[in-house]
Design a protein around this ligand. Sequence first.
Ligand code: MLT
Length: 238
Amino acid sequence: MTQLTTCLSPQLLPLHQIQDKIVVVVDILRATSSMVTAFAYNVESVTPVPTLADCRLFKNEGFVTAGERGGQKVEGFDLGNSPFDFMNHELQGRHLAFTTTNGSQAIVLASEAKQVLIGSFLNLSATAGYLMAQKSPVLILCAGWKGNFNIEDTLYAGALAQKLETTFEISDDASLAAITLYNGVAGHMKEFLGKSSHAKRLAGFKNQKDLEFCLKRDQFGFNVVLQNTRLLKLDPST
Ligand code: MLT
């Protein structure tokens, strides 16, 4: 059986060999949830950019600049990193340059992989379905927070791994722990996550609705994939 494994922090990524794997990068709060939402509103592409300075340069090329530092919108950027910022039909056909504290960095780190997919609860079943149809080993990469483990990305890893339990061999401790955590709190994720450090950070900005939205399962039925340096909506026929 093909293997599925989990990497609980980008700091642990050097321990994994990713060239032959599909890597699913997840930053539930909020980067990858916001990116998937942007594609639901038909943006043409999202370019993940590691630094603020580089992201600003994209503005001169007609890109929409989006992102955050410390969870807050960056001065001079067009949009922040709330999924609600991307629920705007005027973004249809636009190219976005996106920089965040953890999520966009993790995507760039994973770019050596055979393929990079963007993970979120919002399109969980679509991602599971796509991975089931492939014959490739999978690594779920949790973006975490500044190199540290976080609960929300681990919960997603557990939810995705649990959906793939009968298709993939799952025997690494990180995936087994993630599945156990997810199974324990799946019915009350919002309450459980309220105790997490990033949820408290967002609550400090009086932001509760982002957490609620990012935990909604299966709002969208498509996948998002990295192609060279840009994220694109995956053509369902591929
Ligand atoms: C990140 O990439 O660290 C985040 O998505 C942080 C946030 O804006 O919530």
